[in-house]
Design a protein around this ligand. Structure first.
Ligand code: NDP
Length: 255
C-alpha cells in the first residue's frame, strides 16, 4: 500500500470502466491494471513493488529512496496519482474502518454492510459510482450532498435517479458519526433550514475528491497551491530537467 492505495493505483478500486477506449463491453479496474502490467512486462519493464519514501532530485543521477534500497536513475517519471480525501468529522477516527470507509468497492461487500442502510457523501461521479455499487448489498443508500445540484456527469446522475435504492439528501452535510463499537448512525444537517437529524446507517463512505500524492517530493518540484505538480503546458516536463510527471498527480481538471 502507498498513500492507502494498493499497487495498481486508484483504478484497482473502481468497478466497471466504461469510458476507456477499446473495451466496448466495459472492463473492471483491477483487470485493466493487470493487463497494463502485463503489457509493460512484455516490453522488458522490470517492476519493483515498493513504497517510495523520498527522492533526491538535487543532481543526476536522481535517487529514489525506499525503506531498504535506493535506486538511481537519469530520468524519472512521476505518476503517483491522488488519494481519496477523508472528512474531519466528529467520530471519524473512532469509526474509521468500523463502518467508515473511503472506498465502497474495497469494503462495500463486507458482511457488516449487507442489507443495511448506508450513506455516501459527495455529489461527483465517484459518489454516484460508490452509491450505485453499494445498492448491490445495502437495503438503502443515502447520497448526502451539500448542494442542490450534482457535480457528476449527466449519465451518472441519471443512473442515480433511476435507482430506487438511492435516496438523495440535497443540501445536507454530515455533522457526527455515532455508534458504540461500530458505526450505527450519522447526524446530518440541512444547510438551508439548519434542521438536524440522525440517519440509522451502518456504513459511511466518503466520495469527496482527492489529494495528490506529492508529499514524498518534499518540495523539490514546483507544485500548485493544492500540491499538484506543475508541468510545462503541452508537455510532461516539470521544474527539474529530466523529471517528468503525468496523470492525476499533475492534472486536477481532466484527470
Ligand atoms: P469531484 O471533485 O468531482 O467531486 C467531489 C464531490 O465531493 C463534490 O460533489 C463536492 O461537492 C463534494 N465535496 C468535496 N468536499 C466536501 C466536503 N468537505 N463536504 C461535503 N462534500 C464535499 O471528485 P470525484 O472523485 O467524484 O471525481 C473526480 C474525477 O474523476 C472527475 O473528473 C470524475 O468525472 C472522474 N470520475 C469518473 C468516473 C467514471 O466515469 N466512472 C468515476 C469516478 C470519478 P461540490 O459539488 O459541492 O463541490
Amino acid at each position: 500500500m502507498a498513500a492507502g492505495v494498493a499497487a495498481g493505483g486508484q483504478l484497482t478500486t473502481t468497478t466497471e470502466i466504461e469510458n476507456f477506449p477499446g473495451f466496448p463491453d466495459a472492463i473492471s479496474g483491477s483487470e485493466l491494471m493487470l493487463r497494463m502490467r502485463e503489457q509493460s512486462l512484455r516490453y522488458g519493464t522490470r517492476i519493483k513493488t515498493k513504497t517510495v519514501n523520498a527522492v533526491d532530485l538535487s543532481k543526476r543521477p536522481f535517487k529514489v529512496l525506499c525503506a531498504k534500497e535506493t535506486y538511481e536513475c537519469e530520468s524519472l517519471i512521476i505518476a503517483t496519482g491522488a488519494t481519496a480525501k477523508r472528512l474531519d468529522l466528529k467520530g471519524d477516527k473512532e469509526f474509521w474502518q468500523k463502518g467508515i470507509s473511503a472506498c465502497a468497492v474495497c469494503d462495500g461487500a463486507l458482511p457488516m454492510f449487507r442489507n443495511q442502510a448506508l450513506a455516501v457523501i459527495g455529489g461527483g461521479d465517484s459518489a454516484i459510482e460508490e452509491a450505485t455499487f453499494l445498492t448491490k448489498f445495502a437495503s438503502q443508500v443515502y447520497l448526502i450532498h451539500r448542494r442542490d445540484q450534482l457535480r457528476a456527469s449527466k449519465a451518472m446522475q441519471e443512473r442515480a435517479f433511476a435507482n430506487k435504492k438511492i435516496e438523495i439528501l440535497w443540501d445536507h452535510i454530515p455533522l457526527e458519526a455515532i455508534g458504540e463499537k461500530f458505526l450505527t448512525g450519522l447526524k446530518i444537517q440541512n444547510v438551508k433550514t439548519k434542521i438536524e437529524r440522525t440517519l440509522a446507517v451502518k456504513g459511511l463512505f466518503y466520495a469527496v475528491g482527492h489529494v495528490p500524492n506529492t508529499a514524498f517530493l518534499n518540495g523539490q518540484l514546483e507544485c500548485d497551491e493544492t500540491g499538484y505538480i506543475k508541468t510545462v503546458a503541452g508537455t510532461t516536463r516539470t521544474s527539474v530537467k529530466g523529471v517528468f510527471a503525468c496523470g492525476d498527480v499533475q492534472d486536477k481538471i481532466y484527470r
